[in-house]
Design a protein around this ligand. Sequence first.
Ligand SMILES: [Zn+2]
Length: 1002
Amino acid sequence: MQASNDLSLGKSSFQWQNLSWRFRSTSATERALQYQAGQKISGFTVKEVVTVPDLFLTAVKLTHDNTGAQYLHAARDDKNNLFSVQLRTTPMDNTGVPHILEHTVLCGSEKYPCRDPFFKMLNRSLSTFMNAFTASDFTMYPFSTQNGKDFQNLLSVYLDAVFFPCLRELDFWQEGWRLENENPTDPTSPLVFKGVVFNEMKGAFSDNERVYAQHLQNKLYPDHTYGVVSGGEPLAIPDLSWEQLKHFHATHYHPSNARFFTYGDLPLEQHLKQIQEEALSKFERTEPDTAVPNQPHWDRPREDHVTCSPDAMAPDAAKQNTLCMSYLITDTFEGFTLSLLSSLMISGPNSPFYKTLIEPKIGTNFSSVVGTKEASFSIGLQGMAEEDTEKVKQIIVQTIDEIIANGFEEERIEALLHKIEIQMKHQSTSFGLSLASYIASCWNHDGDPVQLLKISDSVAQFRQALKDNPRFLQEKVLHYFKDNTHRLTLSMSPDEAYLEKQVKAEEEKLQKKVQALSESDKKDIYEKGLELLSVQSKIQDASCLPALKVSDIEPTIAVTPVEMGTAGGVPVQYCEQPTNGMVYFRAMCSLNTLPEDLKLYVPLFCSSVIMKSNVYLYASITQFAIRKSIVHSQSDSQGVLLSSSCLERNLPDMFHLWSDIFNSPHFDDEERLRVLVMMSAQELANGISYSGHMYAMTRAARSLTPTGELQETFGGMEQVKFMKRIAEMPDLTQVLRTLPRIKRHILNPLNMRCAVNSTPQKMSDAAGQLDNFMSNVASNKKDRKPVPPGSGPSRKLITVRTASTFKLDLCPNFKPCQMKTFFPMPFPINFVSECIRTVPFTHEDYASLNILSRVMTAKYLHREIREKGGAYGGGARVGGGLFTFYSYRDPNSVQTLSTFRKSVDWVRSGQFTQQDIDEAKLSVFSAVDSPVAPSNKGMGRFLSGITDELKQAHRERLFAVTDKSLVDVAGRYLGIGQRTCGVAILGPENDTIKKDPSWVVK
Ligand SMILES: [Zn+2]
């Protein structure tokens, strides 16, 4: 697992967008306030106790006396407790040593020597999150859970993994790299490179955005750890030795180089005691030599050029160049201002760079802020023509000059500060994780993490600075951009021979390694390969690991009460929640009346509806989203979801804006539409190498259910190709004419139902405003449903209507059929999927199929596809009336399809235990019971008609699943010829498939 370089602004810089708090008593935060600086607890000393009222938490900073390990606890009344330990890992070469180490420590430890305890714990716990990340300069191990016993179990496994891993040679071969016979049981088959990280990074480097971001960082900070690839350059990975890996662990994974973070409502003392006893007491202080020096500042700007593989999906084949100007921001000026500045300069249609670079259609946007010790700021373009290079450079310089001369409009600054206010109020369910990632980079370089959390202080300081000096921002731009000589201009262009060169380089590297081998080395490799295979195939004893029991799971769900009513004749679901002063509005607009030929246009319609010149005004009042959404229910099978949220005080304005969109949508601006089309097409093309498994699954499901067909139309390869086609059209008037036709079907109260989540105090007001809105947009009064007498906004308690079955075939004309599709792709790994038509959520067999998918993933597919096959991941899942197999970044293609089939035989032969079933149940329940934010309560019922009663019935069926029912459903649904299935593969040219006429090659 590797943290991807986040290219979009606002993700890496504004991490607090996911922050939230709970509307409950403040007992945990009050308890934490009783700690005092100087107090000793379990080998730690309290350094500082700070309240952070913005985020409703109390922060306690501590240091471990013996080792100097740093500790931060954020006490908050949130049950979803989080732990994270982060180590400063600063590699000085491209072998990917921190990344391979991150994988290898999770392969077994002193106390938990069984293979792969990390993956096994996924099935023995109710964790809400478990993962590990390698960033440029730190490695982080976080988990979260709502269960106290589970927290202790996971903490024990994590501490042992990080500080006392086995780091066996076999683990290194499996996770890092190895030479092995292509077929390990055949000593005459050729030797090839294998290894999980080796393949993962080959996959990662087939993503051009990733390639570019990596070069940009390496070349902007060339002189220390940021000059190398922490995840591993594929061809440098085979230079790493097992000894080097162990040495890196000894020097970096030490408490003196560690930062511990805990979050939530569990008591701090218990955490400290366990961490002291199980880990820290066994260490003495060292002086870790891991500090990163500042990058020496250049005295003149530099230019550089790199190449990438051509993109077959590029919306315009002649426009595949990327160019960026990147600035190193050396001075320690607060990240808050830099983040604001970058949003002001780049984000949204009213930003200066949007106007000078995107609107003239020179290319699509590209910008980044990276997580390094010293900040950097990048602005540039992708999807541009080579001949525009000089022009783009000039425009960037000119635009910066204009900003220095003219500054920013006050409304935009206000809109941005308002957005921060909304983000602080909005409650997500992963607050602890957001906090951990928000503070990680700064804390890693000894910045004060508590200072970062005081967001209101930053806003106030910013306002003051602007008041004292109205040219504050302009002066920053002058200093950090115009006068900055540490500037890199990096361009990237496609090279037709890129892939070929890569293949050749790998082949040369391989030959060099192979030629150096003696006959006895080769024999050794063959035997090691067999040994690995036999270890991987052995039945594993995981009994050393702690586990929750099925009896630890709550037998019943907590009920979410909703009220049903109407507003202007439209059905409305009201759900009262502690939303912290926010109001959430949704409308589901049915697609049932939409003509077939318009469906491909729906995603474009959704993004163009709010395409107006004053879009930033919207941001100052509300947050909008219009999404294509596909649901299963009796009343409507397919729809578009409109959603928006606002602070309570802006409620009338929010509905006013919706009225505006409904009554006078602007479908006349061809220029704006073209920009939108170019950006969407580019985004879709970029996503394939990262989410290839999603595209494969969507395609495989296409011919099986009406929903699957629509998913493909809206978000599959069909949509990717459609947008590419539109992007290539010289004239968009035809498309513009289509949009109002779609509007008549979608933005139509006759086809709508709505939902509101707000505090109880605000609900009546919200209902009244919604009623007004509906009256305003009623397109044709005589078409309206008769409004019952005495109505106005009405609310009554719902009378429960339990749907017994949902049908898979809502469209009577839909005929499921078998289909195998192959998409040749310019990357070296495959994404493979097979879908089988089964039953929907409400069917009595669904629970067994659900548990079955987990058993197969954990006990068979993971081993065969990842460990033996060398793919980054693979598994099975259920949903949408389908049973779906998939693999991710997979060196194999058709072989993986037969692995899917073999997994069915494996289940039917009954080679699993009661323990396996219990583990699968825990893993299913940890998903079923994952926390739901107040803004999303009641959404299952609203979107899909899944009521609490249906959920409870499903829950009881999950508890009741037995080995017999698993074997039974495997035979009945997954056996060959039992049900219609579809297959899709995205991957490099494939001779086996080409020769096989049963495949459709796209
Ligand atoms: Zn990884």
